[in-house]
Design a protein around this ligand. Structure first.
Ligand code: S3P
Length: 174
């Protein structure tokens, strides 16, 4: 194919339900790169699920664990991986330069309805276990979208997600 292979990693950022895991798997397949999912890494390290970490250790603990993980990925000089990040990872300011240091940063952007739809299928997102998930999503998006925008090299809208098309689009720009 005429697609060039990015030198380091492709880093996927974006809100819960924006398609990071799905698009990540497709990119991994196309490039032959393994996938690192920060949520899964943390669950493995802790021996607990994300909801268990939030309920027993608290969100601050989880955020500190995320920062340590992204620091160690930078230190080990990880390359030729697809890195799918938890939706809140860019929110700590100290994480932002680290995310960009890891590689080509792609923001997968979805609208509220799409996010609500995709995240209501399961209950593994502690932040969305509220009386009014739509309102919670809207409020979080308002804070987060400017940060995703600032951190990314490329933004792709995924509301009408064609997975293959999205992955090819990323590779053409990377
Ligand atoms: C979070 C997103 C989740 C997970 C945790 C917090 C967030 O990851 O890290 O529930 O703050 O947006 P996904 O974006 O993979 O769902």
């Amino acid at each position: 194919s005429s697609e060039s292979v990015p030198a380091r990693n492709i880093v996927l950022i974006g809100f819960m339900g924006s398609g990071k895991s799905t698009v990540g798997r497709e990119l991994g397949k196309l490039l032959g790169y393994p996938i690192v999912d920060t949520d899964h890494k943390i669950e493995e390290q802790e021996g607990l699920t994300i909801p268990e970490i939030f309920s027993t250790k608290g969100e601050d603990y989880f955020r500190t664990t995320e920062t340590k993980l992204i620091q160690s990925l930078c230190e080990e000089g990880i390359s030729h991986h697809i890195i799918a990040t938890g939706g809140g990872l860019p929110m700590r300011e100290e994480n932002r330069p680290l995310i960009r240091q890891l590689g080509y940063v792609v923001w997968l952007q979805a609208d509220v309805d799409t996010i609500l739809n995709r995240t209501s299928r399961n209950s593994n997102r502690p932040l969305l276990q509220t009386d009014n998930p739509r309102k919670t999503i809207e409020e979080l998006l308002e804070k987060r979208n400017p940060v995703y925008e600032e951190v990314c090299h490329l933004r792709i809208r995924t509301s009408n997600l064609d997975i293959e098309e999205t992955a090819h689009g990323i590779l053409e720009s990377a």
